[in-house]
Design a protein around this ligand. Structure first.
Ligand SMILES: Cc1cc2nc3c(=O)[nH]c(=O)nc-3n(C[C@H](O)[C@H](O)[C@H](O)COP(=O)(O)OP(=O)(O)OC[C@H]3O[C@@H](n4cnc5c(N)ncnc54)[C@H](O)[C@@H]3O)c2cc1C
Length: 318
């Protein structure tokens, strides 16, 4: 990658916007093309830093750690929507804490008295929580400040980008039809956003591979309640039964949530894949290189900065 090089980033979710920021701040002339600005899936995320439904582990650890460093820095400025927050992850089946949790600040095992009824083990730690509408707005502002531009447009193939020496494909689940990539599959998720009855700590249940999740993430005046992870489902219509189940599960753990007002339902479809696709694909006939950066499953926010920097390295090596 050279200073002033023209690069097109396709996609304006957390993957595309973060990549565009990294490239524009490194001196490239960046144009983002995307149908939705910002991406609906990214808007729907909770979001907590932490790997979930994503592979391969060695790269996920590396990308996740780099993103964690940057998100911690961003948490110093409240305008970013990132906050370092303490809370508990617990399980009903005495699961051991995952490696990634044990290295986080403030990590310790919970006393039985700290756990909600029905839970047999848990641990406490401090982690970045990200209020996604605020955070995606922040990324858009940062991209504009670095000279990046945005064009709203749906592509039916990457050839429709037009002549460009380099393209970064950050289309999330959209890559399934765009490329096409048959290895991508949808994992639908739903959140309920409510007024905050005074919560300052997050809670998350280690539910393994269950489609019914239980988590709540306070973001100042609001709390995001979760959730669901339904494999091979891709619709974006709110599901009233799922929302009622989310509220009931969260109220059981935190009775203050029985008093809240529902503000919004957020639905997104995680781009699930056996592994994140992060690779450069030269197209000599078209005189371009495409760097793919998609398929982040349930961890696109968690991996965003590490993956964006890897995309930049792949472009520099071309
Ligand atoms: C309910 C829920 C909770 C989640 N919680 C977390 C969490 O706590 N932590 C975490 O790290 N992750 C979480 N995730 C996962 C995270 O949201 C995703 O991994 C991430 O948003 C994927 O980002 P993306 O930019 O790849 O995709 P998207 O946000 O879907 O963006 C894709 C972009 O590509 C564009 N695009 C696609 N196809 C085309 C096309 N043909 N032409 C033009 N533009 C196109 C779209 O318009 C959009 O701008 C959650 C997801 C869900 C659904």
């Amino acid at each position: 990658m050279t200073a002033g090089e023209r690069i097109v980033v396709v996609g304006a979710g957390v993957a595309g916007l973060t990549t565009a920021v990294v490239l524009a701040e490194a001196g490239a002339s960046v144009r983002v093309i995307a149908e939705q600005v910002p991406g609906v899936t990214s808007l729907a995320a909770g979001a907590m830093w932490g790997p979930y439904l994503v592979e391969p582990k060695n790269k996920v650890d590396q990308w996740g750690q780099r993103s964690l460093e940057i998100l911690r820095e961003l948490a110093k400025d409240p305008a970013t929507g990132v906050r370092l927050t303490s809370g508990i992850e617990a399980s009903r089946t005495a699961e051991a804490p995952p490696d990634w949790a044990t290295t986080l600040p403030g990590f310790r095992l919970c006393e039985p008295t700290e756990l909600p009824v029905g839970f047999s083990a848990g641990y406490r730690f401090t982690v970045p929580l990200i209020d996604m509408p605020t955070y995606l707005d922040y990324l858009l502002r940062r991209l504009h400040a670095a000279g990046g531009t945005i064009e709203r447009r749906r592509l039916t193939s990457l050839a429709e980008v037009g002549p460009a020496p380099a393209i970064v494909n950050c289309t999330g689940l959209g890559a399934k039809d765009l490329l096409p990539d048959p290895d991508l599959r949808p994992t639908r998720g739903q959140h309920v956003v409510v007024t905050n009855p005074g919560l300052t700590e997050f809670f998350s249940e280690d539910t393994g591979l269950s489609p019914d999740l239980l988590c709540f993430y306070p973001h100042g005046d609001t709390v995001v309640l979760g959730g669901t992870a339904i494999d091979d489902e891709g619709g974006l219509a709110p599901d009233d039964m799922a929302a009622a189940g989310i509220l009931a599960r969260c109220i059981q753990v935190e009775p203050r949530l029985a008093q809240v007002r529902v503000l919004e339902h957020r639905i997104g479809v995680r781009p699930s894949r056996a592994t994140v696709r992060m690779e450069a694909e030269p197209d000599e006939a078209a005189g371009t290189v495409v760097v793919h950066n998609y398929g982040h499953g349930g961890a696109g926010v968690t991996l965003s900065w590490g993956c964006a920097e890897e995309a930049r390295k792949l472009l520099s090596a071309k």
